[in-house]
Design a protein around this ligand. Sequence first.
Ligand code: NAD
Ligand code: MG
Length: 418
Amino acid sequence: MKALTILGSTGSIGVNTLDIIGQYPDRFKVIALTAHHNIELLFKQCIHYKPAYAVVSTEKLADNLQQRLRERSLNTEVLFGAKALADVASLSEVDTVMAAIVGAAGLLPTLAAIKAKKQILLANKEALVMAGPLFIEEAKRAQVTLLPIDSEHNAIFQCLYGRFEPGIPPKEVSKIILTASGGALRNKPLAQLKDTTPLEACQHPNWVMGQKINIDSATLMNKGFEVIEAHFLFGLSPDQIDVVLHPQSIIHSLVEYRDGSMLAQLSSPDMRIPISYALAWPERLENSATHLDLLKVAQLDFKPIEEARYPCLGLAMQALKIGGTATTILNAANEIMVQAFLEGKIRFTEIASLNQQVLEKIHSCPVVSVEAIVEDDSFARAVALEMVEKAQKNVLTAMEFSASAAKLRTEREHSRKF
Ligand code: NAD
Ligand code: MG
């Protein structure tokens, strides 16, 4: 029986993870669940999975949830704040931690889980982008098993016969190829990109995901972060990591071996497949994802990436080449810019141009400690916020914005198929 903490249980990855766990009550036990503010969904998850602990971000939300759970005679202890996240990630009764918080907030609890020698199911790519060298060093020192959840990295992991050592180049591999769908705006004329609304940018053609990763997919910053993630996870140099556009999202990535053989992993675009592989590794579990029908797929296309459409991919590659905390700075800037775009404060195309300005303005430092990373992260956020303030021109009218935001919320609720 595997005992789990799920960091970010109310998100898209968290909900899909619980979906699989719910089908195998004899294999998995939930010890702790965590959420930022969504206590409605967390309450339902607690009733269903009866964890020993639940964590939220504020004391007020914790009191509210605690009271409601007591009324239902549930013993779940509700905690709050960053320290509580790290605590439930390192409980002695937990052996596996699903790291599915979005953004920089996921770094410290994931590092705590590594230090406590838990098996790590890693969805939170921003943790590796922010702190790659340190993250991998800690994982090696603690000798933990890192199992990638991101569909591309999970695909590569499967094409490596389910084996790799964090940060060590896999034997006989000449390169890996990450596939990219191109996101919601892949067919929009370049000249019209600047008028994109948040709702439009979140309409991913193939996957159902959280808002931030949807925007990152539309800018292709997501793919840039995935190149960085692959570089640190698999120890490959940037020129051994290619990106190709594959609009169908059927091949999730490929490994090319030195003899010219290429192995690919194919499936329907459903995160329950990589999640169930990581949960049961090295076994495989049946799950409720649809199996592929190759005759219906009929065609697989591959195209080069259009650089002018996706400047964020180039920025991520630039930050990786600069090294040190440049990727920390880019990640922090990008979180601020994505939020500002979702709030209607900047244009879609300004996500890239303002990210670039932050990256150029701040010097990268060597990654020496978590404290140094957190400091550069905070500094970059402050610089980024200043730039948003300067750039802010109320891109959307108040009415356009509230209509778009309301629709976004509804879509998010629908995607939470608890
Ligand atoms: P999401 O927005 O749907 O969910 C995020 C989760 O993190 C929620 O439970 C939220 O409550 C929690 N959270 C957010 N901010 C927090 C904070 N400050 N403190 C504590 N908790 C916080 O995101 P998602 O789509 O599930 O993505 C989660 C991670 O997985 C991201 O890093 C994303 O890049 C990665 N990922 C997601 C997918 C996908 O299909 N959704 C695929 C590959 C990788
Ligand atoms: Mg991915």
